[in-house]
Design a protein around this ligand. Sequence first.
Ligand code: BTN
Length: 320
Amino acid sequence: MLKDDILNELESNRNTPISGQMLADKYHVSRNAVWKAVKALEQEGYEIVSSSKKGYYIPDSCDIISEQGIRKDLSEKCKQMDVRTFSVIDSTNNEAKRIMATENCEAMLIVADRQDGGRGRLGRTFYSPENCGIYMTLIYRIKDGIQNPALITMAAAVAVVRAIESLTDLKLSLKWVNDVFYDGKKVAGILTEAMTNLETGRVENVAVGIGINVKQQDMPEELKDIAVSLNITDINRNRIIAEITNQLLKLYSSMNADDFMDEYISHSFVIGKKIQYEKNNQLLSAVVTGIEKDGSLMIRDEAGNTEALISGEIRVLGFS
Ligand code: BTN
């Protein structure tokens, strides 16, 4: 479709005017057809600067999520990947599960500008308003499967940290297992849903859902104390999504804890902290003494007994 081709040209050359004649020649259409495609993109909300002398361009300030906008920054490893974008969807993880049930795919990225049924861990909802967040799910088939699914989520947390820290000056930290924090509050969460091969007991197909508060101006009252936005306004979300995807694929293609666990541990703010956790329906407290290479959380309880937590939810005392 001409409109998609024009969008691809404009996204690949942000801030650089391309003449209508050049586009018309390249796609063997009239200048009027190019103009109509540009108008149709504007109707969809794209900010397109046009001048009769220089041509058309999308300025950096435009932040509309699109396949073209994401794809231009994908690494070679990701280039073949199917990328599907939605202005609104129930949940990108739900879409991933629908796709996994009906299509045979090795890697696919699903992104939405808004979710009206965004899901968090433990049956919670995930606040997913339009124009300000990243809601993405990567479907991925792990070669030979993996025995310890916690590593998939921990690698995703490191991918988010790497992407944001490489594109901005922000410093992020991690709360075991998979919450990303900024300035003492949560900015991103990860929901990994997996399909296990019942014969081998290994997880083979995963849907890794990542939600990030990128530039929410105001959090709803009930989230104000616990969640915050990164307040990134000078980098568009397509760029961030592409970088996270590049990092995810890099880590998942070898799926080796040695590639990311030291980085995970160095970003963890729970080591040395007093935490509460649940065991046999009882709320217990302990101190975190470390994180093992397999991702388990080492704790020491009040009686001095040590234990390894392999999953679950912890509450860091003194934090929300
Ligand atoms: C959590 O913090 O509890 C996990 C939040 C995960 C949210 C993301 S947003 C994209 C994907 N789609 C969903 O419905 N959930 C995940």
